[in-house]
Design a protein around this ligand. Structure first.
Ligand code: UDP
Ligand code: MG
Length: 311
């Protein structure tokens, strides 16, 4: 019988664990597959790791990887994909926003020979307009600026064939945006739409600020702050120089106070100064990323593992 891995990163999800586990059983047990449910605890401060340990003790299909601290959703997901043993791997959130009832549909697609079943979130029930707006803005900017297209509504709820998982494991960059990476990886892909229900319990672990950083970088590194500041200062100067240029133009065109040549010189100094700072900031952003990558630190650290498979 084939083995299906279900990888679930969890961070402070104590109220959701039991319900999620029961739902997965409900939809997986009737199927003719073995399955393993791989929880990756992303440095939770609540009882989540204890619940994982308890579930693993009573059900050998439940595996637990307890990370040493909070590494972030994308890294926790990667840890789960590194350890999953299945012939296919489904990644999903543990808050019921990725409905376990879709598991049979995803697996059916895989049986048709599809190697990546990517779900697309059509709408999310009960989500603020701000989150919808910023999310859609993010995809628009992202797609305008990069050569990898990421579909709006693309989620980290997907099924990957083992071949794809093995390929994915060879991508070891630290700044991870898995949606983009999977999009670029190729293989036979299909999309499947779904409506994300409300979170079962608790609140989103992504604040607006966290989303912003996710959008910018994925991971916030304190040491990159000075580089970031130069970017923002550049932005400020670029905006200010634009306003001043308008003013200078006004003086030049509508009054006779202008010394010949003054307008052009002032405007160009201001504009170029702002532009230079802006671009130094952008270069700084890339230097910061290079810095993160060359350190070659491990992506994550596993403190404890429950039900580790035998060699
Ligand atoms: N999560 C995680 N590490 C984090 C933040 C979130 O492992 O630093 C997990 C979280 O427990 C959940 C999934 O990632 O299972 C998605 O998070 P969340 O539901 O907060 O995101 P949203 O649905 O609001 O985008
Ligand atoms: Mg959620």
């Amino acid at each position: 019988m084939k083995l299906v891995s279900i990888v679930v990163p969890v961070y402070n999800e104590q109220e959701n664990m039991e319900v999620f586990y029961q739902e997965v059983l409900k939809y997986m047990e009737p199927l003719t597959y073995h399955f393993e449910l791989v929880f990756v605890d992303d440095g939770s401060k609540d009882a989540t790791p204890l619940i994982i340990e308890r579930l693993a003790a009573k059900d050998s299909r439940v595996r637990g990887l307890i990370l040493a601290r909070n590494f972030g959703h994308q890294t926790a997901l990667s840890c789960g994909m590194d350890h999953a043993e299945g012939d296919c791997v489904v990644t999903m959130d543990g808050d019921m926003q990725h409905p376990p009832e879709m598991l049979p549909q995803l697996i059916a697609k895989w049986e048709e020979g599809i190697e990546v079943v990517q779900t697309i979130r059509k709408t999310t029930e009960g989500v603020s307009w701000l989150k919808n707006f910023t999310s859609s803005l993010f995809y628009r900017i992202m797609n305008a600026m990069s050569n990898v297209q990421v579909q709006e509504g693309g989620s980290d709820f997907r099924l990957l064939d083992r071949k794809v998982v093995l390929s994915f494991r060879r991508f070891r960059e630290r700044a991870r945006f898995i949606r983009g990476m999977i999009g670029a990886i190729g293989y036979r892909q299909v999309k499947m739409e779904f409506v994300a229900p409300k979170r079962f319990a608790g609140s989103s672990k992504f604040s607006v600020k966290k989303m912003l950083h996710f959008a910018l970088d994925g991971i916030t590194a304190y040491s990159k702050m000075p580089l970031r500041i130069s970017f923002y200062v550049g932005l400020l100067f670029a905006a200010a120089s634009f306003a001043l240029t308008m003013h200078v133009m006004y003086i030049k065109i509508f009054t006779d106070e202008a010394v010949p040549g003054w307008a052009t010189i002032t405007a160009s100094i201001l504009f170029l100064g702002g532009l230079q700072l802006l671009f130094i900031g952008i270069i700084g952003e890339y230097v910061g990323r290079i810095f993160e990558e060359v350190k070659q630190r491990p992506l994550y650290l596993v403190r404890e593992e429950f039900n580790r498979p035998k060699e």
